[in-house]
Design a protein around this ligand. Sequence first.
Ligand code: PLP
Length: 407
Amino acid sequence: MNVQEVRQMFPILHQEVNGHPLVYLDSAATSQKPVQVIEAVEDYYRRYNSNVHRGVHTLGTHATDAYEGAREKIRKFINAHSTEEIIFTRGTTTALNLVATSYARANLGPEDEIVITPMEHHSNIIPWQQVAKHTGATLKYMPLQDDGSISLKDAEETITDKTKIVSVMQVSNVLGAVNPIKDITKIAHKNGAVMVVDGAQSAPHMKVDVKDLDCDFFAFSAHKMCGPTGIGALYGKKKHLEKMEPVEFGGEMIDFVGLQESTWKELPWKFEGGTPIIAGAIGMGAAIDFLTEIGLDNIDAHEEKLVKYAISRIDEVEGVKVYGPEKRAGIVTFNCDDVHPHDVATVLDAEGVAVRAGHHCAQPLMKWLNVTATARASFYLYNTEEEVDVFVKSLIKTKEYFGNVFG
Ligand code: PLP
């Protein structure tokens, strides 16, 4: 399938914004949705909307099969051993909070350390700050190289036998850096720590194999991978999940309820209190079918080509600084001398080009970069080189608009 055929499947892309064809370069914030996903969600509501795991009626059985079928698709997508290891969550944030609240608070104490990096998204920082507050554990940061990458030597030095948890993003939502998760996991395990991976920016774009990574937990969101908002998943090794307590209590997650005491269902349902996000899970399953059909390797290769092209074209515009290592995923974060990134994004928007500006939920990284904010263009399977050209042309216009103050 070529990129034009892929684009045909995304209705939203075929519109004008501010009088120009939309160039959507904000997929790292949330991706667009193909008709297959939109229709799967609609089909559930139109034809078999019903609660799951409860009634014995036909619609309920259909809904349960579709919901549990989506779990199996996720299992296969990341190559987990069993569906018992796949917990539906609201997204990456909720998944990481589940590990922090249930696993970490129960297993860490004042002598222990948690290791993360300064490039993490707030969702992979604040839950650990909270764990540190509640348990007395220390939160430590692995240093970054000058280009924002992680060196294994630094990882070896920061992770010690005091470390109980290492939590690192696989792909940076700002720098585009692709982190050596498999190697960091080995270092974590050698020291007796568990490895948590924030996969929000990797699962949509590259093949993920949790068995091969050998990580203990892996969190990701459907909305960044062509799926609906409000749904995602936490993978956890069964040996950990079995010992963990639920964090939400109520319907759906119980086995027996007495007046004073209750017991929980087995995995994975003990973590899914209340009516689950049924339509979202079904939509996430459809997104996985869609991505699998296109092929994660093809998506990865397409983005690699696009991002190389984008960087070479941006290099032609004087006064634009690009952040992050040379080898990167489909994310280009940049600043234009003397023009605030919000102004850059506003002028680009007037040209129909959607980019994100701000701190990207990574304030510690902004501090590390010595900036308050940046602009970010992020690419996905539906973006084209022609769109990169429009983006660069609009960047030049931005420069002219601000009286050539940069460059
Ligand atoms: N981690 C990373 C690297 C992200 O890019 C994001 C979203 O931008 C998140 C975590 C949080 O994801 P969500 O808002 O879907 O929970």
